[in-house]
Design a protein around this ligand. Structure first.
Ligand SMILES: C[S@@+](CC[C@H](N)C(=O)[O-])C[C@H]1O[C@@H](n2cnc3c(N)ncnc32)[C@H](O)[C@@H]1O
Length: 327
């Protein structure tokens, strides 16, 4: 990835990404990431923490189509990691082409349960007993390499072992990876939404590439706020891999659109945020069925509360801490 220095008042072209980079102590990485997510959260910001090849840690904060408030970010970093870390913060512009090239270069196939997500270059090497989904790196999220996507795919794989949802909604579909995965296994219509127009186009193209275009309907919408989706009420399964803020805001409408035996898969949550998301969906009468912790991200599976004839809630709970398998 090439990072270009920018002037503070540089004009940001549409689709430009600005990255703030800071070397950080490992112990500070997650607290700072969480503080930045809480304070700046939104669809145009993403935070990543990672170990660099020399064993030190770094945090990167991406701003899509938006100028960062440098002073505010330095202040947030200083509050938790100290002023030395705040001074070491640099801002740069990520060139779009390099972003895609860099993503493509590192993409090896990713397995999650029965699913394997791969690029065109690995088409021939995918085992026949896998559900293969071909996704090219593009300017949409969802190549399968992120812990949130893999968490959702693992949860989906588990659910599909015991249930056959009749109708599925994927909110924040990105590349369409989750919607395509559900459609390929179920061979039933799957609805998907994204509020990013570019992602909608990419998801439609990926559905066609994977032979799932007749089954996957992708609409440009926030959450499920679209007449097309309202007309398809009563979803047996809703997947939403977005951030805590939108997940909480969407809770009431998601629950309202869920069928009596419906389930919800939520991701995009740091472990410390999971209970806040859980509380929002519990208020709508859902209960936790499974919690998957993978690569520092939490995925939750919730279901409508079921009562026995005696009125007792029956909800077996599972907690899975999945290994970080990339292959
Ligand atoms: C983290 S990506 C997830 C992509 C894919 N579903 C996956 O699991 O890899 C989140 C996507 O949700 C979209 N998004 C965020 N908030 C949304 C909302 N309220 N309604 C619809 N889409 C949203 C973003 O544009 C982005 O494409």
């Amino acid at each position: 990835m090439t990072i270009i220095d920018i002037e503070p008042d540089a004009i940001v072209r549409p689709a430009a990404t600005i990255v703030a980079h800071v070397p950080i102590a490992e112990a500070d990485a997650e607290p700072v990431a969480q503080a930045l997510t809480d304070e700046l959260g939104g669809i145009e910001t993403a935070v990543a923490t990672f170990e660099t090849p020399d064993g030190s840690w770094a945090l990167e904060l991406y701003f899509f189509n938006r100028m960062p408030d440098e002073a505010r970010i330095r202040g947030l970093v200083a509050r938790i990691a100290g002023s030395r870390a705040a001074c070491a913060l640099t801002f740069g512009l990520v060139a779009d082409n390099d972003w895609v090239t860099a993503s493509l270069a590192g993409l090896s196939p990713v397995r999650a349960g029965r699913f394997v997500i791969h690029g065109r270059h690995d088409r021939a090497s995918v085992g026949v007993n896998r559900v293969a989904i071909e996704i090219e790196a593009a300017l949409a999220f969802g190549t399968g390499h992120h812990g949130t996507t893999r968490g959702c795919l693992l949860a989906l794989d588990q659910i599909l072992k015991a249930h056959r949802p009749r109708s599925v909604l994927d909110i924040g579909t990105g590349t369409g990876v989750l919607a395509i995965a559900a459609a390929k296994v179920l061979r039933r219509p799957v609805a998907a939404s994204d509020l990013d127009r570019e992602a909608v186009g990419i998801a439609r193209a990926n559905a066609a590439l994977n032979g799932a275009r007749p089954l996957v309907e992708v609409v440009h919408a926030a959450g499920s706020r679209s007449p097309r989706l309202r007309a398809r009420n009563g979803f047996d399964l809703v997947l939403a891999n977005i951030l805590l803020g939108p997940l909480k805001r969407l809770a009431a409408s998601v629950v309202a659109q869920l069928s009596a035996r419906g389930r919800v898969i939520l991701s995009g949550l740091l472990p410390a945020q999971a209970n806040a998301a859980l509380a929002a969906y519990r208020r709508g009468g859902l209960v936790l069925e499974r919690r998957i912790v993978l690569e520092g991200w939490t995925t939750l599976v919730l279901a409508r509360r079921r009562t026995t004839p005696a009125g007792v809630v029956a909800t077996p709970q599972r907690r899975i801490v999945a290994p970080a398998i990339h292959q």
